[in-house]
Each structure stands twice: as structure tokens, then as C-alpha cells.
Design a protein around this ligand. Structure first.
Ligand SMILES: Cc1ncc(COP(=O)(O)O)c(C=O)c1O
Length: 392
């Protein structure tokens, strides 16, 4: 649904107020959660406010969609039952059999699995490339009937930074659309539509929901023609978010800005601590001046986010030992919640791409830095590192 014209300008003001007008009958400041699956009609076809049936429209979902559009700077947003459901509906809305998707060779494993193993069966081709090599992207785009160029920046879990504006030019020159998975940055830190992207994807399960208590996904666009196509598939396929999930996501989204500031500050401190540890081979965090994407990230992001990846000199064994020795960081899939999480991608989030071009190094851990006191996060890592053998 469209974002409101009267939305105030500041990000946090929009986060709190967009789509969140108080309920007129009672004055309830928090809009009620609408569970109803169907709506009474005043005579056949006499709809009140356009609501007919829950798959097609629900006021709680609409409120979230308005909030999402306002925060990404889009005209329309669509909310789904998961990030992958959002991706699936969007790809089916915008591609046809014979079309091709050029995607980052470090895309989220589930995205690659969806594109290669599900949509591949329906005639959608794909080529994974290094998105930082724009000549390689242009060549891959030209080699096929490319409809979508797909990038994550920062990428999961290699934390690569890609120039969104430059990539948009490459895609548009070839008549393709640029899709940016903005899950890691969140709309607080980065707005791909303003940089020239055509479609923004979110796993709202992560920073947008923010509390590890809801699974969801979203698509945001700024073009009525794309919106119409995606809205049609959302309705016709029905992979929509349920009312409770939409409500929880809206509630999380209201505090996104304050959470992202804290996540980013904590991640910066953790990355700097890791950098001076002798056990560490590499720290992948765009907030470090040594990161190859640091200058670009400074340009296209507000801060550097809460995700840090680290590679160990002691290889797989060292990574496993640390992953299994923390207590403030919880060993678990997912990211972006207020609590710190530790993930071993090779066997966990990215197990589906093991042995492929998208495989993640076995000496790598991914840290989702939460909003706890940073001294406690570092003390937790310190005691986990103390379990490593000297020289490992
Ligand atoms: C960057 C990224 N995109 C998309 C997804 C898929 O989202 P979901 O798990 O909500 O389906 C994930 C999930 O981890 C992700 O990390």
C-alpha cells in the first residue's frame, strides 16, 4: 500500500508513526491487531475501506507495509510470511521462463537454493559472480537474457561491500533490474532505492523484527508497474504475513534506529578487539579502515551495522571451539535480534551451499552483535578464546 503523504521527514519519527494512526473509535494509541479473516459487506460488493478477505488485505499488514515503504523511501511495500517467500513471489512476478538472474557469489545460501534448485526447475537460469568486479557482472549480464541483478551488501557472511549506484547503472544499461537484499544493513543504515536500485528485499526476521520472535519478509519498490505485478502475486499466491507476525514486526520496526546505533557501536568495538588477537587470521567488518569496502560503506551506509565475521588461524577446529564456548553469545542460526548470536555458517546457515562456488570458509564464524553491554560481549569472547590451544 502507498506510504502516507503526511509522513514526517525524520527516520525515527517515520518509524514510530508511519501507518500507526490511533484508532478513531476509542483513541487507542496503538492500532488494534486485526485477526478477522473476512469482512462484512454492506450489500454485495459494498466493502468498508476496501477490505474483503484476509489474504487480499488486512489492516495490521497494511500498517506494516505503509511503515516499511516510508522507511525504505518506496511507494509500495509488501509483507510476506518469510524472507524467502518474499523473494519467491517477487521473482515469479518479475521473471518468466528463459530469464536469467545474475547474483553475488556470496549470496545467502537459502537465496541461492531458491533460485537454483526451485526456480531453476521452472526455467530461470542463474550465474553467480563477484559483485565487486563490475566488468565480470556486465559480462555475465550480457551473456544471457538477464532480468535481475541481485546483490547483498554487506553480504552474508563475507561482509563484502558492493557499489549499489554503479551496479544499478550496469543493470539498467542491459535492461535489467537491480535487486538489493538490504537485510544486513536495514533501512536505517542504507536505502538502496535512493541509490538507484529497483527492488529492495528484506528478511524482516532479522533487524526489522529485531527480537528473534517472528519470521517474515518484505519487498519494497518505488515504481507503480513493479508494485502492481508484485502485489498481484502476493494476492494470487498468498504467502502473506499473518496478523500477529505483522504486528510484532511493526512493533520491532518502531525502535529500529536506536537498536541499529547500538548494534553498530557494539560490532565496531568487537571487531577492533578481534583485530588485535593473535589467534585471528582476518576480521571482516566494513567499519574497519583495513576492510576493502570501508570507504564505499562510509559513502552508502550511515553506520556499519551489527554483523562481524572472523576467520581463525587455527582453522575449522578453532572456529568450532570458540562457537561452542560462549555464554552471552548464543550459538544459533539467524541474526539481527537484540541478543548476540554466534553462527558457524559452513555447517549452519550456509550448509546448503557447502561444496559449491558459494561455500563459506570452514575457519569462519559470524557474530551478530546484540545490544548488551559491550564489555560483557568482549569478556565472553575473551573466555572463549582462552580455550584455544596456544598457537592455534
Ligand atoms: C541476507 C538474507 N536474505 C534472506 C534471508 C531469508 O529470510 P527468511 O529466513 O526470513 O526466509 C536470510 C535469512 O537468513 C538472509 O540472511
Amino acid at each position: 500500500m502507498s506510504s502516507s503523504d503526511s509522513t514526517p521527514a525524520g527516520f525515527n519519527t517515520r518509524a514510530v508513526h508511519a501507518g500507526q494512526a490511533f484508532e478513531p473509535r476509542t483513541g487507542a494509541v496503538v492500532p488494534p491487531l486485526h485477526f478477522s479473516s473476512t469482512y462484512a459487506q454492506d450489500g454485495i460488493g459494498g466493502l468498508r475501506s476496501g477490505y474483503e478477505y484476509g489474504r487480499g488485505g488486512n489492516p495490521t499488514r497494511d500498517a506494516l507495509q505503509e511503515q516499511l515503504a516510508a522507511l525504505e523511501g518506496g511507494s509500495h511495500a509488501y509483507s510476506f510470511g518469510s524472507g524467502l517467500a518474499a523473494e519467491d513471489s517477487m521473482i515469479r512476478a518479475l521473471t518468466r521462463p528463459g530469464d536469467h538472474i545474475v547474483l553475488g557469489n556470496d549470496a545467502y545460501g537459502g537465496t541461492y537454493r531458491l533460485i537454483s534448485r526451485v526456480l531453476g526447475e521452472w526455467g530461470i537460469g542463474n550465474t553467480p559472480v563477484d559483485m565487486s568486479d563490475l566488468d565480470a557482472v556486465a559480462a555475465a549480464v550480457a551473456a544471457n537474457q538477464t532480468r535481475l541483478v541481485w546483490v547483498e551488501t554487506p553480504s552474508n557472511p563475507m561482509m563484502k561491500i558492493t557499489d549499489i549506484a554503479a551496479l544499478a547503472t550496469v543493470a539498467h544499461d542491459a535492461g535489467a533490474l537491480l535487486v538489493v537484499d538490504n537485510t544486513f544493513a536495514s533501512p536505517y543504515l542504507q536505502n538502496p532505492l535512493a541509490l538507484g536500485a529497483d527492488v529492495v528485499v528484506h528478511s524482516t526476521t532479522k533487524y526489522i523484527g529485531g527480537h528473534s520472535d517472528v519470521v517474515g519478509g518484505a519487498i519494497v519498490v518505488n515504481d507503480p508497474e513493479l508494485a502492481e505485478k508484485i502485489g498481484f502475486v502476493q494476492f494470487a499466491v498468498g504467502a502473506v504475513s499473518g496478523p500477529m507476525d505483522a504486528f510484532l514486526t511493526t512493533r520491532g520496526l518502531k525502535t529500529l534506529g536506536v537498536r541499529m546505533d547500538r548494534h553498530s557501536d557494539n560490532a565496531q568495538a568487537v571487531a577492533e578487539w578481534l583485530l588485535q588477537r593473535p589467534e585471528v587470521e582476518a576480521v571482516l567488518y566494513p567499519g574497519l579502515p583495513s576492510h576493502p569496502g570501508h570507504e564505499l560503506a562510509k559513502k552508502q551506509m550511515k553506520k556499519f551495522g551489527g554483523m562481524v565475521s572472523v576467520q581463525f588461524k587455527g582453522g575449522e577446529q578453532a572456529a568450532r571451539t570458540v562457537a561452542e564456548s560462549t555464554s552471552v553469545f548464543t550459538l544459533a542460526e539467524s541474526l539481527g535480534g537484540i541478543e548476540s548470536l554466534m553462527n558457524y555458517p559452513s555447517e549452519m546457515t550456509h550448509a546448503s551451499v557447502k561444496g559449491t562456488e558459494l561455500a563459506v570458509p570452514e575457519n569462519l564464524l559470524r557474530l551478530s552483535c546484540g545490544i548488551e553491554d559491550v564489555e560483557d560481549l568482549i569478556a565472553d569472547l575473551e573466555q572463549a578464546f582462552s580455550r584455544l590451544q596456544p598457537g592455534s
